[in-house]
Design a protein around this ligand. Sequence first.
Ligand code: ADP
Ligand code: MG
Ligand code: ZN
Length: 222
Amino acid sequence: MAGARRLRSYRGPDGLWPHLLLLSSAMQRRADQGWIEVISGPMFSGKSEELIRRVTRYHLARIPTQTFKPALDTRYAVGEVVSHSRLSTAAEPVRDSRELLESVADRTVVVGIDEGQFFDMGLVEVAELLAGAGKKVIIAGLDLDYLGRPFEPIPSLMLRAEYVTKNLAVCHRCGGPGLFTQRVVDSDELVVLGATDTYEARCRRCYRPGEAVQPPLGIAQT
Ligand code: ADP
Ligand code: MG
Ligand code: ZN
C-alpha cells in the first residue's frame, strides 16, 4: 500500500528511484532462484540437443555454466557432450554424483548434466542441494531402460523437478511417436555392425522388449 501511495504521488524522475530499486531487488531474487529441469525420453529423442541448446543460451548471456557427463561415457569425445546431430558443448567427465558436486564452482549458476541415468541415486540429493544453493540444474537422461523399466535416478529426479520435458523420438520402424528404446543387436534385418547401431527408438506398437538378445544396457549410444 505504501508503495502504491508513493507511486501515485510520484512527481518526477527522482521519485522513481525507490521503485526501481525495489523492482530490481525483486528481479534479482528471482534471478537467484535455483531449480531442477529434467529432459527425458528415449534414445534419439533430442535430449542432448535440448540440453546443449539450453546451456548454450546461458553461456551466450555470459551466465557461468558448467556441464558434466559420466566418465564412463567416452563416445565421440571425452571433454564434450555431443548429440546425434553433432551439436556439442564442453563437458567435464565425473565418476559419480559426489565428484560432480565437488566439481561445481561457487560462481557457477547453471549446471548441465547429460546421461543422468548413468549416475548413482545420489544425483537426486546433489541436484536438490545445488538447486537449494540457487543454481539452475538441467539434467538430460533416459527415463526408461531398454526393457521399459524406470531408469533411476531419472524418474525420481522428474518427481523433484520444477520443469520436466518428455521428448519423443521418431519410431525407426514406422515413423510413429517413439517412446521406447529398443535394443536391436542380433536382430536379423536390423543388424548393422558397430556400436552406434545397437539401439533404435520405437513406438508403442513396434516396441518388442523381448525380441533381441539383451545384455545389460551399455552406453554404446544415446
Ligand atoms: P538423445 O540425446 O535423446 O539420444 P540427441 O540429442 O543426441 O538425442 O539426437 C537427436 C537427433 O538425432 C535429432 O535431432 C535427429 O537429428 C537425430 N535422429 C536420428 N534418428 C532419430 C530418430 N529416430 N528420431 C529422432 N531423431 C533422430
Ligand atoms: Mg543424449
Ligand atoms: Zn512404430
